[in-house]
Design a protein around this ligand. Structure first.
Ligand code: MG
Length: 260
């Protein structure tokens, strides 16, 4: 066999193996995929300003969520828009773009409310799913969380590729201040028969600081179980309405530049 072809099939074989084990025990143990050390060093970010470039598709400019829909039923997104920001409405669930994307550059800004309460994953949890492959939390998540002096498993802190890769450093600003993500997403490519032809890669800057450097993904990001790929073509970008009881976070200035 062509060695390159064999290499491409390897993750699929591994994924098939863990998929059956995972299906046999759907409850599973979420701790099995938590990594706690080493803890990424803290870096204080500089100030940044990221107005949309001229060729960007503006997904949210502070006025309305016309570019977004509820993930569960494709009805209009009902998160609250006020004072130029959109705030998560946990009651109405995840929202996603009406448009679908392949590879792209994405900018978004998010803010944990001042006075946030809670600990670990239950403190300002949200997330940006770079390709949403289902109505729930399916897809490829870059974690959004209050990781300013808040300990959790490092591959679940802010700017992690959830349960796959911790950020290289912790560039978190304190609650009440705006944070930015600048993300370059190279979408996975699948053959007509659903086999993985090319894996996904992601580069992430958090507050202008490089935290994920062209990291190869092992598949979709799961709360329980190992990552695995599921074929898709183009997919929406999704924002998570996480069920934790802490105060909801807000978003502003979201734009995307398709790269294919
Ligand atoms: Mg999350």
């Amino acid at each position: 066999m062509n060695p390159r072809f064999a290499f491409a099939l390897l993750p699929l074989a591994l994924a098939a193996g863990v998929a059956s084990a995972q299906d046999a025990s759907p409850a599973g143990d979420p701790k099995a995929t938590e990594q706690w050390t080493p803890v990424p060093p803290v870096v204080t970010p500089g100030r940044s300003d990221a107005a949309p470039p001229s060729d960007a598709i503006v997904l949210f400019d502070g006025r309305n969520l016309d570019q977004w829909e509820a993930s569960k039923d494709h009805s209009p997104a009902r998160w609250k828009v006020h004072d130029g920001v959109a705030t998560v409405d946990k009651a109405t669930g995840n929202i996603q773009t009406r448009r679908r994307f392949g590879s792209y550059q994405l900018h978004l800004e998010w803010r944990v409310p001042e006075g946030i309460t809670g600990d670990g994953q239950a403190r300002g949890n949200s997330g940006v799913f770079l390709a949403s492959t289902g109505p729930g939390d399916e897809g490829y998540e870059i974690q959004i969380l209050d990781s300013y002096r808040n300990t959790t498993y490092v591959n679940g802190q802010a700017a992690s590729i959830y349960k796959q890769a911790p950020p290289r450093v912790n560039a978190m600003r304190p609650p009440g201040q705006w944070q930015s993500y600048d993300i370059v997403w190279t979408a996975p490519v699948f053959g007509a028969d659903g086999t993985l032809k090319s894996p996904a890669y992601v580069t992430v800057l958090h507050n202008g600081v490089l935290v994920q450097d062209h990291v190869r993904l092992a598949g979709e990001t799961f709360y329980i179980g190992q990552p695995k790929y599921k074929p898709y073509d183009r997919a929406p970008i999704k924002l998570q309405a996480h069920g934790d009881p802490s105060q909801p976070i807000s978003f502003r200035n979201i734009w995307v530049r398709p790269l294919d």
